[in-house]
Ligand binder design. Structure first.
Ligand code: PEP
Ligand code: MN
Length: 263
């Protein structure tokens, strides 16, 4: 279902009235984690003003250490929904557990599957049945072909609204947090009709690298960007080093628009 041999024309995934996979680069931006109502509203207004089309924010966080901040859970989703409604931005957030399907059905416009759950086939089937658009991230150790096979699990349950996301993979290279596989994304776009998102924030690991990885992704044909932005990154409860300030995000949006206009 996800393969190019099955359907040749590119799939456009609609989230509210935002179209992913058309001829515009769609940008989703917001904090790594929803931390408070004030933080989320501040960042929602800033990313909206800068030209983002979707608001992201994690409420259930897949942290490496169980002692790290785990997210606000349902309360976080409620806050995200409120900030999205106030700014007119549809919201995307990560689901960890199929048992949370009702909560996501209630609050989210798009459901994110994180890298760590990219091959959680029970979760993928469940999201196929939930029917909301899915942002499916590539697993840290998965090939592009495996990512497309994961999309197949969602699609076989009747949900064709899947956006694939390149977010970097584990390699021997340590100069970045993960290796953003731009070549894999380009090759992937030839294998499937589904749109591709690139997340420059997690592979960068450091905010100094985020603009370049974002621009490289757009130049390579990404249909969407997922960018972490925090009103005060230095005090963020997760991914503090890589989140952009609202000012830096505004500049990134100007650079993305300038680049997109010559592609
Ligand atoms: C995220 O987008 O906040 C996230 C946890 O990403 P990933 O699953 O790619 O690590
Ligand atoms: Mn993060």
């Amino acid at each position: 279902l996800a393969g190019n041999e099955w359907k040749r024309d590119p799939t456009v995934v609609k989230v509210g009235d935002v179209e992913i996979g058309g001829n515009k680069v769609v940008v989703a931006a917001g904090p790594c984690a929803v931390e408070s109502e004030e933080q989320t509203e501040t960042v929602a207004k800033a990313v909206k003003r800068a030209g983002a089309s979707l608001l992201r924010g994690g409420a259930y966080k897949p942290r490496t250490s169980p002692y790290s901040f785990q997210g606000l859970g349902e309360e976080g989703l409620r806050i995200l929904r409120k900030a999205g409604d106030e700014t007119g931005l549809p919201v995307v957030s990560e689901i960890l557990d199929p048992r949370d399907r009702e909560v996501f059905g209630k609050y989210a416009d798009m459901v994110q599957v994180g890298a760590r759950n990219s091959q959680n086939f029970t979760l993928l089937r469940e999201l196929g049945r939930l029917g909301k658009p899915v942002l499916l991230k590539r697993g840290l150790g998965n090939t592009v072909e495996e990512l497309i096979q994961s999309a197949e699990y969602i699609m076989m349950e009747g949900n064709g609204n899947v956006v694939l996301c390149e977010r970097g993979i584990r390699t021997f290279e340590k100069s970045t947090r993960f290796t953003l596989d731009i070549g894999g994304m380009v090759a992937g776009k030839l294998m499937t009709h589904l749109p591709f998102c690139a997340d420059p924030s997690h592979p960068a690991g450091k905010r100094e690298l985020v603009h370049s990885l974002a621009l490289a992704s757009v130049a390579a044909g990404a249909d969407m960007l997922l960018v972490e932005v925090h009103p005060r990154p230095e005090v963020a409860l997760s991914d503090s080093e890589q989140q952009l300030t609202p000012e830096s995000f505004q500049l990134l949006m100007e650079r993305v628009r300038a680049l997109a206009s010559v592609l």
